[in-house]
Ligand binder design. Structure first.
Ligand code: RB5
Length: 146
């Protein structure tokens, strides 16, 4: 699997930890930055990560900021993106099984490395269960056209 990851300055350390977990899982990772602690704007990072997903260069994306809130809001403005802010393992599992989330958001100032790693492991491995959930996801995507 290929995953593109990006963070603002609020989660650069978490990004490195998440990359280590992804590599352990055999995921091919593209990192679009940021690479330092200088302040950057999280919508710009969301745009870069999501462009890889909607452009087919990566199957999924991971976006990180201080809380995960701003960057998930930005990602969800982009057509084709279903970004789930998951700061717990249960949400990560449901985001895949029920919502077919193609982008995961987390907060670098909310989560420690251990919990974030568990969230990532679950989110990478879980599959969409389809069925009645497919109808609901289709309805979410239909909202993009309104
Ligand atoms: C940046 O200071 C901070 O606002 C950002 O990382 C994020 O938490 C926004 O939702």
């Amino acid at each position: 699997m290929k995953i593109t990851i990006g963070s603002d300055h609020g989660a650069v350390d978490l990004k490195e930890e998440v990359k280590m977990v992804l590599k352990e899982l055999g995921v091919e990772v593209t990192d679009v930055g940021t690479f330092g602690k200088e302040s950057v704007d999280y919508p710009d990072i969301a745009e870069k990560v999501c462009a890889d997903v909607t452009g087919g260069r990566s199957e999924r994306g991971i976006v990180l900021c201080g809380t995960g809130i701003g960057i998930s809001m930005a990602a969800n403005k982009i057509k084709g993106i279903r970004c789930a802010l998951c700061n717990d393992v249960y949400s990560a599992r449901m985001a895949r099984q029920h919502n077919d989330a193609n982008v995961l958001a987390m907060g670098g100032r909310v989560l420690g490395f251990g919990p974030a790693g568990e969230i990532v492991r679950v989110w990478v491995k879980e599959e969409f269960t389809g069925g009645r959930h497919a109808r609901r996801v289709d309805k979410i995507m239909a909202l993009e056209g309104r």
